[in-house]
Write a protein that binds this ligand. Sequence first.
Ligand code: FAD
Length: 286
Amino acid sequence: MKIIDIIQSDKPSLSFEVFPPKTSDRFESVLSAAAEIARLAPSYMSVTYGAGGGTSDYTAAVCRSLLDCGITPLAHLTCVSSDPSRIRRELQRLREMGVENILALRGDLPEGFSPDTARYRHASDLIGEIAAFGGFCIGGACYPEGHPDSLSGEEDLRGLALKVESGCEFLTTQMFFDNNILYRFLYRLYRAGITVPVVAGIMPVTGAGQIRRLCAISSTALPQRFLRIVDRYGDKPAAMKQAGIAFATEQIIDLFANGINAVHVYSMNRPEVAEAIRRNLSEILA
Ligand code: FAD
């Protein structure tokens, strides 16, 4: 099924994410986590693509296993370290498997990246190529608090407009912890004439270490309300996990209540976290 049809229906959608293993010894445990999450009957599940593409076989294999579970997969694909023949091989493989949805990304810039010689400089280059290949519903990434490389919010909006012109049918946001940031961003998209559906990305933070890593790699703002939780429960893992799940659940309920119909949970291969959130929303999603 095409994700655009899922997220444009009147029914709220809740989807989950898994990431492929880096090494073969972890493959079975990732498959089993993906199958457990699939049993929660999410609207779809996304499978990330390792930076540089070194784990692309695993991304495809996890997508295959989701199809076997009856779940629509969204395969991530990055381009910055790739070339057209490799991209076409990936697209052909995904098409033959029955994968119909791709989240097209640039990927983080590798060391020594030179824009003058690179075949792909932006996700929009990849999106155009996938659109020309045909048959896929294409999504792209967006950043309600700005992409870390971006010089201005306006530049980000121009990049997003180009993604949409190139064939991007929906956007999925980077995580955010204050819904007002998303609401303001949606207004700016609307003013810029970018009207494709936006899927809100929610990260349940369940450990103090996780939050330190997130702060180091992204420009995501943490509201005081959230910082109080980390201060109080950061050194009590079970309490921190419960509080992180409750915080994410509250964010999701507020999003649905404000008319955001599609929420994607960065469930990070943790079925128990996905299950707890799904349970907290049982009547809301019924
Ligand atoms: P782009 O859209 O190319 O944007 C990157 C920067 O360039 C932005 O500052 C933008 O404003 C600017 N820009 C965009 N287009 C243009 C243009 N035409 N001209 C000038 N400037 C432009 N990484 C992975 O390695 N694997 C994954 O599976 C993965 N999944 C992700 C899923 C989501 C929902 C998100 C939000 C991110 C994900 N990432 C993943 C991270 C992503 O690859 C990085 O954030 C990367 O640095 C940017 O990717 P992008 O597709 O947003 O790039």
